[in-house]
Design a protein around this ligand. Structure first.
Ligand code: AMP
Ligand code: GLY
Length: 429
Protein backbone atom coordinates (compact mmCIF):
# COMPACT_ATOMS: atom_id res chain seq x y z
CA UNK A 1 0.00 0.00 0.00
CA UNK A 2 1.01 3.59 -0.58
CA UNK A 3 0.82 5.61 2.62
CA UNK A 4 1.00 9.36 3.26
CA UNK A 5 1.74 10.84 6.69
CA UNK A 6 0.93 14.52 7.25
CA UNK A 7 3.18 16.48 9.62
CA UNK A 8 6.82 17.28 10.26
CA UNK A 9 7.70 16.64 13.90
CA UNK A 10 9.14 13.93 16.14
CA UNK A 11 5.69 12.39 16.40
CA UNK A 12 5.51 11.97 12.64
CA UNK A 13 9.06 10.60 12.53
CA UNK A 14 8.11 7.92 15.07
CA UNK A 15 4.94 7.09 13.10
CA UNK A 16 6.96 6.94 9.88
CA UNK A 17 9.57 4.67 11.51
CA UNK A 18 6.85 2.27 12.62
CA UNK A 19 4.81 2.39 9.41
CA UNK A 20 7.91 1.99 7.21
CA UNK A 21 8.54 -1.30 9.04
CA UNK A 22 5.09 -2.66 8.19
CA UNK A 23 5.06 -5.45 5.61
CA UNK A 24 1.90 -3.80 4.24
CA UNK A 25 3.77 -0.64 3.24
CA UNK A 26 4.91 -0.45 -0.37
CA UNK A 27 5.76 3.24 -0.54
CA UNK A 28 5.72 5.78 2.28
CA UNK A 29 5.45 9.54 1.79
CA UNK A 30 5.44 12.31 4.37
CA UNK A 31 4.37 15.92 3.85
CA UNK A 32 6.21 18.07 4.64
CA UNK A 33 8.49 15.84 6.78
CA UNK A 34 12.00 16.61 8.06
CA UNK A 35 15.58 15.39 7.67
CA UNK A 36 15.04 12.34 9.92
CA UNK A 37 11.75 11.36 8.31
CA UNK A 38 13.54 11.48 4.94
CA UNK A 39 15.32 8.27 5.96
CA UNK A 40 12.02 6.43 6.26
CA UNK A 41 9.82 8.14 3.71
CA UNK A 42 9.91 10.33 0.64
CA UNK A 43 9.29 13.87 1.92
CA UNK A 44 6.99 16.01 -0.18
CA UNK A 45 6.91 19.81 0.00
CA UNK A 46 3.12 20.03 0.21
CA UNK A 47 1.23 22.79 2.01
CA UNK A 48 -1.00 20.62 4.19
CA UNK A 49 -3.40 23.48 4.88
CA UNK A 50 -4.23 23.30 1.15
CA UNK A 51 -6.60 20.33 1.21
CA UNK A 52 -7.11 20.38 -2.56
CA UNK A 53 -3.34 20.06 -3.06
CA UNK A 54 -3.20 17.11 -0.65
CA UNK A 55 -6.08 15.41 -2.47
CA UNK A 56 -4.43 16.01 -5.86
CA UNK A 57 -1.19 14.48 -4.55
CA UNK A 58 -3.02 11.44 -3.18
CA UNK A 59 -4.71 10.86 -6.52
CA UNK A 60 -1.54 11.33 -8.54
CA UNK A 61 0.47 8.90 -6.36
CA UNK A 62 -2.37 6.44 -5.73
CA UNK A 63 -2.28 6.85 -1.98
CA UNK A 64 -4.25 4.11 -0.21
CA UNK A 65 -4.20 5.53 3.30
CA UNK A 66 -3.41 8.88 4.94
CA UNK A 67 -2.33 9.30 8.58
CA UNK A 68 -2.76 12.81 9.99
CA UNK A 69 -0.32 13.87 12.75
CA UNK A 70 -1.18 17.36 14.09
CA UNK A 71 -4.47 18.78 15.38
CA UNK A 72 -4.51 21.80 13.06
CA UNK A 73 -5.50 19.90 9.89
CA UNK A 74 -7.92 17.70 11.87
CA UNK A 75 -9.78 20.71 13.26
CA UNK A 76 -9.71 22.24 9.77
CA UNK A 77 -11.56 19.18 8.42
CA UNK A 78 -8.86 17.47 6.37
CA UNK A 79 -10.28 14.03 7.18
CA UNK A 80 -13.72 15.09 5.93
CA UNK A 81 -12.23 16.45 2.71
CA UNK A 82 -9.96 13.46 2.01
CA UNK A 83 -12.71 10.93 2.76
CA UNK A 84 -15.16 12.87 0.55
CA UNK A 85 -12.60 12.52 -2.24
CA UNK A 86 -12.52 8.75 -1.67
CA UNK A 87 -9.20 8.64 0.19
CA UNK A 88 -9.12 6.54 3.37
CA UNK A 89 -7.76 8.58 6.25
CA UNK A 90 -6.89 7.93 9.89
CA UNK A 91 -8.20 10.64 12.19
CA UNK A 92 -11.42 12.23 13.40
CA UNK A 93 -13.79 14.39 11.37
CA UNK A 94 -13.91 18.12 11.98
CA UNK A 95 -17.02 17.66 14.09
CA UNK A 96 -15.44 14.99 16.30
CA UNK A 97 -12.18 16.96 16.50
CA UNK A 98 -14.10 19.51 18.57
CA UNK A 99 -13.13 17.33 21.55
CA UNK A 100 -9.76 19.09 21.27
CA UNK A 101 -10.85 22.24 19.45
CA UNK A 102 -13.46 23.35 22.00
CA UNK A 103 -13.07 22.93 25.74
CA UNK A 104 -16.70 23.99 26.29
CA UNK A 105 -17.91 21.26 23.93
CA UNK A 106 -15.91 18.61 25.79
CA UNK A 107 -17.00 19.80 29.22
CA UNK A 108 -20.67 19.71 28.19
CA UNK A 109 -20.20 16.23 26.74
CA UNK A 110 -18.64 15.07 30.03
CA UNK A 111 -21.44 16.55 32.09
CA UNK A 112 -24.16 14.99 29.93
CA UNK A 113 -22.53 11.56 30.12
CA UNK A 114 -21.26 11.46 33.71
CA UNK A 115 -17.63 11.44 32.64
CA UNK A 116 -15.52 12.49 35.65
CA UNK A 117 -14.01 15.96 35.20
CA UNK A 118 -13.71 19.19 37.19
CA UNK A 119 -16.92 21.16 37.87
CA UNK A 120 -17.10 24.16 35.50
CA UNK A 121 -19.08 26.98 33.89
CA UNK A 122 -18.78 28.52 30.38
CA UNK A 123 -18.67 32.32 29.92
CA UNK A 124 -18.92 34.69 26.97
CA UNK A 125 -18.21 37.87 28.95
CA UNK A 126 -15.70 39.01 31.59
CA UNK A 127 -18.13 40.34 34.20
CA UNK A 128 -20.05 37.13 34.77
CA UNK A 129 -16.79 35.16 34.62
CA UNK A 130 -15.18 37.28 37.33
CA UNK A 131 -18.27 37.08 39.49
CA UNK A 132 -18.08 33.27 39.23
CA UNK A 133 -14.38 33.36 40.18
CA UNK A 134 -15.19 35.39 43.29
CA UNK A 135 -18.02 33.08 44.21
CA UNK A 136 -15.93 29.90 43.76
CA UNK A 137 -12.67 31.19 45.27
CA UNK A 138 -9.12 30.11 44.46
CA UNK A 139 -7.31 28.04 43.37
CA UNK A 140 -9.27 27.98 40.15
CA UNK A 141 -8.52 27.28 36.49
CA UNK A 142 -9.28 29.64 33.58
CA UNK A 143 -9.25 28.24 30.02
CA UNK A 144 -9.78 29.82 26.61
CA UNK A 145 -12.20 27.80 24.51
CA UNK A 146 -10.31 27.21 21.24
CA UNK A 147 -6.95 25.79 20.20
CA UNK A 148 -4.21 27.82 21.85
CA UNK A 149 -1.11 25.68 21.34
CA UNK A 150 -1.04 24.75 25.01
CA UNK A 151 -1.04 28.37 26.21
CA UNK A 152 -4.76 28.82 26.83
CA UNK A 153 -4.80 27.58 30.44
CA UNK A 154 -4.10 29.55 33.62
CA UNK A 155 -4.08 27.66 36.92
CA UNK A 156 -4.69 30.63 39.25
CA UNK A 157 -3.74 30.39 42.90
CA UNK A 158 -5.53 33.63 43.83
CA UNK A 159 -8.80 35.33 42.84
CA UNK A 160 -6.83 38.31 41.50
CA UNK A 161 -4.73 36.07 39.28
CA UNK A 162 -7.88 34.38 37.94
CA UNK A 163 -9.55 37.75 37.24
CA UNK A 164 -6.44 38.91 35.42
CA UNK A 165 -6.51 35.74 33.30
CA UNK A 166 -10.16 36.40 32.40
CA UNK A 167 -9.31 39.95 31.29
CA UNK A 168 -6.21 38.76 29.42
CA UNK A 169 -8.15 36.12 27.45
CA UNK A 170 -11.14 38.31 26.58
CA UNK A 171 -8.75 41.21 25.89
CA UNK A 172 -6.83 39.31 23.19
CA UNK A 173 -3.78 38.35 25.29
CA UNK A 174 -3.63 34.96 23.52
CA UNK A 175 -3.49 36.53 20.07
CA UNK A 176 -7.15 36.61 19.17
CA UNK A 177 -9.77 37.74 21.68
CA UNK A 178 -11.31 34.67 23.31
CA UNK A 179 -14.98 34.37 22.38
CA UNK A 180 -15.65 32.02 25.24
CA UNK A 181 -13.82 30.79 28.31
CA UNK A 182 -14.32 27.88 30.68
CA UNK A 183 -13.70 28.27 34.40
CA UNK A 184 -13.26 25.09 36.37
CA UNK A 185 -12.29 23.72 39.76
CA UNK A 186 -8.66 22.97 40.38
CA UNK A 187 -8.06 19.22 40.66
CA UNK A 188 -5.38 17.73 42.87
CA UNK A 189 -3.46 14.57 42.01
CA UNK A 190 -0.88 13.16 39.64
CA UNK A 191 -1.14 13.90 35.93
CA UNK A 192 -0.88 11.19 33.28
CA UNK A 193 -1.62 10.83 29.59
CA UNK A 194 -3.63 7.96 28.21
CA UNK A 195 -3.97 6.92 24.56
CA UNK A 196 -6.73 4.81 23.03
CA UNK A 197 -7.48 3.92 19.41
CA UNK A 198 -11.14 4.44 18.50
CA UNK A 199 -13.11 3.19 15.50
CA UNK A 200 -16.34 5.13 15.99
CA UNK A 201 -17.96 2.24 17.77
CA UNK A 202 -15.45 0.96 20.27
CA UNK A 203 -11.94 1.67 21.53
CA UNK A 204 -8.81 -0.22 22.52
CA UNK A 205 -6.14 0.82 24.98
CA UNK A 206 -2.79 1.82 23.50
CA UNK A 207 -0.59 3.03 26.36
CA UNK A 208 -0.07 5.58 29.13
CA UNK A 209 2.73 8.13 29.41
CA UNK A 210 3.91 11.12 31.41
CA UNK A 211 5.73 14.17 30.13
CA UNK A 212 7.86 17.00 31.47
CA UNK A 213 6.49 20.35 30.31
CA UNK A 214 8.88 22.75 32.08
CA UNK A 215 12.12 23.73 30.40
CA UNK A 216 14.39 23.32 33.42
CA UNK A 217 15.65 20.48 35.62
CA UNK A 218 13.47 19.78 38.63
CA UNK A 219 10.42 20.84 36.55
CA UNK A 220 11.23 24.55 36.83
CA UNK A 221 11.09 27.49 34.40
CA UNK A 222 8.60 28.25 31.65
CA UNK A 223 6.28 25.75 30.02
CA UNK A 224 7.28 24.18 26.71
CA UNK A 225 5.76 21.77 24.22
CA UNK A 226 7.43 19.02 26.28
CA UNK A 227 11.09 18.37 27.16
CA UNK A 228 10.77 14.63 27.61
CA UNK A 229 8.41 11.77 28.34
CA UNK A 230 8.28 8.15 29.37
CA UNK A 231 5.89 5.23 29.10
CA UNK A 232 4.18 3.57 30.89
CA UNK A 233 3.19 6.04 33.62
CA UNK A 234 3.79 4.22 36.93
CA UNK A 235 0.53 5.64 38.35
CA UNK A 236 -1.38 3.92 35.53
CA UNK A 237 -1.75 0.40 36.90
CA UNK A 238 -3.79 -2.13 34.90
CA UNK A 239 -6.74 -1.40 37.22
CA UNK A 240 -6.42 2.36 36.62
CA UNK A 241 -6.20 1.84 32.86
CA UNK A 242 -9.40 -0.19 32.99
CA UNK A 243 -11.15 2.54 34.99
CA UNK A 244 -10.09 5.11 32.40
CA UNK A 245 -11.46 2.97 29.57
CA UNK A 246 -14.74 2.27 31.43
CA UNK A 247 -15.35 5.67 33.02
CA UNK A 248 -13.89 8.04 30.41
CA UNK A 249 -13.02 6.57 26.98
CA UNK A 250 -16.00 4.26 26.32
CA UNK A 251 -18.60 6.82 27.48
CA UNK A 252 -16.99 9.42 25.19
CA UNK A 253 -16.99 7.10 22.16
CA UNK A 254 -20.61 6.14 22.88
CA UNK A 255 -21.71 9.75 23.31
CA UNK A 256 -20.21 10.82 19.99
CA UNK A 257 -21.68 7.80 18.22
CA UNK A 258 -25.12 8.63 19.65
CA UNK A 259 -24.70 12.24 18.52
CA UNK A 260 -24.16 11.01 14.95
CA UNK A 261 -20.50 12.02 14.78
CA UNK A 262 -18.54 8.87 15.62
CA UNK A 263 -14.96 9.39 16.76
CA UNK A 264 -12.33 7.56 14.73
CA UNK A 265 -8.68 8.09 15.46
CA UNK A 266 -6.60 8.29 18.58
CA UNK A 267 -8.06 9.78 21.75
CA UNK A 268 -5.38 11.28 23.97
CA UNK A 269 -6.83 11.86 27.42
CA UNK A 270 -4.99 14.24 29.73
CA UNK A 271 -5.84 12.86 33.17
CA UNK A 272 -5.58 13.86 36.79
CA UNK A 273 -5.40 10.77 38.96
CA UNK A 274 -7.09 12.03 42.11
CA UNK A 275 -7.84 10.25 45.36
CA UNK A 276 -11.30 9.52 43.95
CA UNK A 277 -9.97 8.07 40.70
CA UNK A 278 -9.22 9.33 37.20
CA UNK A 279 -10.63 12.69 36.09
CA UNK A 280 -10.42 14.12 32.60
CA UNK A 281 -8.41 17.35 32.27
CA UNK A 282 -8.71 17.59 28.50
CA UNK A 283 -8.83 15.63 25.29
CA UNK A 284 -6.51 15.78 22.32
CA UNK A 285 -7.68 14.07 19.15
CA UNK A 286 -4.26 12.99 17.87
CA UNK A 287 -1.09 11.29 18.96
CA UNK A 288 0.92 13.16 21.61
CA UNK A 289 4.30 14.67 20.91
CA UNK A 290 6.73 13.49 22.40
CA UNK A 291 4.62 10.67 23.93
CA UNK A 292 4.21 8.90 20.58
CA UNK A 293 7.97 8.63 20.17
CA UNK A 294 8.24 6.49 23.31
CA UNK A 295 5.02 4.54 22.77
CA UNK A 296 6.13 3.47 19.27
CA UNK A 297 9.31 2.01 20.80
CA UNK A 298 7.17 -0.23 23.00
CA UNK A 299 4.70 -1.28 20.33
CA UNK A 300 5.34 -4.85 19.24
CA UNK A 301 2.34 -5.05 16.88
CA UNK A 302 2.26 -3.62 13.40
CA UNK A 303 0.75 -0.14 13.75
CA UNK A 304 -0.66 0.16 10.24
CA UNK A 305 -3.40 -2.52 10.42
CA UNK A 306 -4.50 -1.03 13.75
CA UNK A 307 -4.85 2.44 12.23
CA UNK A 308 -6.71 0.96 9.26
CA UNK A 309 -9.02 -1.01 11.55
CA UNK A 310 -9.78 2.22 13.43
CA UNK A 311 -10.68 3.91 10.15
CA UNK A 312 -12.76 0.92 8.99
CA UNK A 313 -14.70 0.43 12.25
CA UNK A 314 -13.01 -2.95 12.83
CA UNK A 315 -11.22 -2.56 16.16
CA UNK A 316 -13.60 -4.84 18.03
CA UNK A 317 -11.48 -7.97 17.77
CA UNK A 318 -8.17 -6.21 17.51
CA UNK A 319 -5.33 -6.81 19.91
CA UNK A 320 -2.34 -4.52 20.31
CA UNK A 321 0.76 -6.02 21.87
CA UNK A 322 3.39 -3.94 23.63
CA UNK A 323 6.76 -4.89 25.02
CA UNK A 324 6.68 -4.89 28.83
CA UNK A 325 9.70 -2.55 28.78
CA UNK A 326 9.72 1.13 29.61
CA UNK A 327 10.73 3.76 27.09
CA UNK A 328 11.93 7.31 27.65
CA UNK A 329 12.73 10.28 25.46
CA UNK A 330 14.97 13.24 26.09
CA UNK A 331 14.16 16.28 23.96
CA UNK A 332 17.16 18.24 22.66
CA UNK A 333 16.24 21.85 21.95
CA UNK A 334 18.03 24.89 20.55
CA UNK A 335 19.53 27.10 23.30
CA UNK A 336 17.05 29.86 24.14
CA UNK A 337 13.95 27.70 23.62
CA UNK A 338 11.09 28.30 24.55
CA UNK A 339 12.21 31.91 23.98
CA UNK A 340 14.21 33.15 20.99
CA UNK A 341 16.68 30.70 19.45
CA UNK A 342 18.73 30.44 16.26
CA UNK A 343 18.17 28.00 13.44
CA UNK A 344 20.71 26.47 11.10
CA UNK A 345 23.31 25.27 13.63
CA UNK A 346 25.09 22.03 12.67
CA UNK A 347 24.39 18.78 14.54
CA UNK A 348 26.98 15.99 14.42
CA UNK A 349 27.42 12.54 15.92
CA UNK A 350 23.84 11.39 15.29
CA UNK A 351 24.80 8.10 13.61
CA UNK A 352 27.20 7.25 16.41
CA UNK A 353 24.59 8.12 19.06
CA UNK A 354 21.95 6.01 17.31
CA UNK A 355 24.21 2.92 17.72
CA UNK A 356 23.72 3.03 21.51
CA UNK A 357 21.92 -0.06 22.81
CA UNK A 358 18.12 0.29 22.74
CA UNK A 359 18.24 3.82 21.27
CA UNK A 360 16.26 5.42 18.44
CA UNK A 361 16.63 9.06 17.54
CA UNK A 362 13.59 10.82 16.09
CA UNK A 363 13.96 14.23 14.48
CA UNK A 364 11.55 16.98 15.51
CA UNK A 365 12.92 20.12 13.83
CA UNK A 366 15.80 19.37 11.50
CA UNK A 367 16.65 19.81 7.87
CA UNK A 368 19.44 18.81 5.54
CA UNK A 369 21.89 21.50 4.49
CA UNK A 370 24.45 20.12 2.04
CA UNK A 371 26.10 17.20 3.87
CA UNK A 372 24.92 18.40 7.27
CA UNK A 373 21.90 17.96 9.48
CA UNK A 374 21.00 21.38 10.89
CA UNK A 375 18.56 22.56 13.55
CA UNK A 376 15.38 23.97 12.09
CA UNK A 377 13.17 24.64 15.12
CA UNK A 378 13.00 25.00 18.90
CA UNK A 379 12.61 21.35 19.81
CA UNK A 380 15.00 19.59 17.47
CA UNK A 381 15.68 15.96 18.45
CA UNK A 382 14.01 13.21 20.47
CA UNK A 383 16.63 10.87 21.83
CA UNK A 384 14.60 7.80 22.80
CA UNK A 385 15.53 4.53 24.47
CA UNK A 386 13.87 1.36 25.63
CA UNK A 387 14.94 -0.43 28.80
CA UNK A 388 13.75 -2.91 31.39
CA UNK A 389 13.04 0.00 33.71
CA UNK A 390 12.67 3.76 33.30
CA UNK A 391 16.09 4.04 34.97
CA UNK A 392 17.71 1.83 32.33
CA UNK A 393 15.94 3.64 29.49
CA UNK A 394 17.11 6.98 30.96
CA UNK A 395 20.71 5.82 31.27
CA UNK A 396 20.71 4.66 27.62
CA UNK A 397 19.06 7.84 26.34
CA UNK A 398 21.61 10.08 28.08
CA UNK A 399 24.49 7.88 26.87
CA UNK A 400 23.26 8.65 23.34
CA UNK A 401 22.73 12.35 24.10
CA UNK A 402 26.36 12.57 25.22
CA UNK A 403 27.54 11.36 21.79
CA UNK A 404 25.68 14.12 19.95
CA UNK A 405 27.87 17.08 19.07
CA UNK A 406 25.67 20.15 19.05
CA UNK A 407 27.08 23.01 21.15
CA UNK A 408 24.06 25.21 20.38
CA UNK A 409 21.64 22.65 21.80
CA UNK A 410 20.59 21.67 25.32
CA UNK A 411 18.41 19.18 27.15
CA UNK A 412 17.15 18.49 30.63
CA UNK A 413 19.29 16.00 32.56
CA UNK A 414 16.54 14.59 34.79
CA UNK A 415 13.81 13.25 32.48
CA UNK A 416 11.90 10.48 34.27
CA UNK A 417 13.03 11.47 37.76
CA UNK A 418 9.70 10.81 39.50
CA UNK A 419 9.29 7.40 37.89
CA UNK A 420 12.89 6.48 38.72
CA UNK A 421 12.44 7.56 42.34
CA UNK A 422 9.36 5.35 42.47
CA UNK A 423 11.27 2.41 40.97
CA UNK A 424 14.00 2.90 43.57
CA UNK A 425 11.57 2.70 46.50
CA UNK A 426 9.97 -0.36 44.93
CA UNK A 427 13.38 -2.04 44.61
CA UNK A 428 14.12 -1.32 48.28
CA UNK A 429 11.13 -3.31 49.45
P1 AMP B 1 -4.70 21.62 29.37
O1 AMP B 1 -4.22 22.49 28.23
O2 AMP B 1 -6.18 21.62 29.55
O3 AMP B 1 -4.07 20.26 29.37
O4 AMP B 1 -4.09 22.26 30.67
C1 AMP B 1 -2.71 22.47 30.80
C2 AMP B 1 -2.28 22.09 32.19
O5 AMP B 1 -3.00 22.86 33.15
C3 AMP B 1 -2.59 20.65 32.54
O6 AMP B 1 -1.60 19.77 32.09
C4 AMP B 1 -2.67 20.72 34.03
O7 AMP B 1 -1.37 20.72 34.60
C5 AMP B 1 -3.26 22.07 34.29
N1 AMP B 1 -4.72 22.01 34.50
C6 AMP B 1 -5.69 22.16 33.57
N2 AMP B 1 -6.90 22.02 34.11
C7 AMP B 1 -6.71 21.78 35.43
C8 AMP B 1 -7.59 21.58 36.54
N3 AMP B 1 -8.92 21.61 36.42
N4 AMP B 1 -7.03 21.37 37.74
C9 AMP B 1 -5.69 21.35 37.91
N5 AMP B 1 -4.82 21.55 36.92
C10 AMP B 1 -5.31 21.77 35.68
N1 GLY C 1 2.73 16.27 24.74
C1 GLY C 1 1.54 17.00 24.72
C2 GLY C 1 0.88 17.12 23.41
O1 GLY C 1 1.17 16.44 22.45
O2 GLY C 1 -0.03 17.93 23.33
Amino acid sequence: MNILILGSGGREHALAWKIAASPLTTKLYCAPGNAGIAREAECIALDITDHAAVIAFCKARQIDFVVVGPEGPLCAGIVDDLEAAGIKTFGPTKWAARLEGSKGFTKDLCKANNIPTAAYERFKGADAAKQYVRQQGAPIVVKADGLAAGKGVVVASTIEEAEAAVDMMFGGGLGEKAWEIVIEDCMVGEEASFFALCDGDTAIELASAQDHKRVGDGDTGPNTGGMGAYTPAPVMTPEMNKRVMDEIIFPTVNALKKAGAPFKGVLFAGLMITKDGPQLIEYNVRFGDPETQVIMLRLMSDLLPALMAARDGQLKNFNLRLYPDAALTVVMAAKGYPGAYTKGTIIEGLDDAAQTDGVEIFHAGTKTDGDHIVANGGRVLNVCARGQSVAEAQQRAYAAVDKIKWPEGFCRRDIGWQAIAREATRDDK
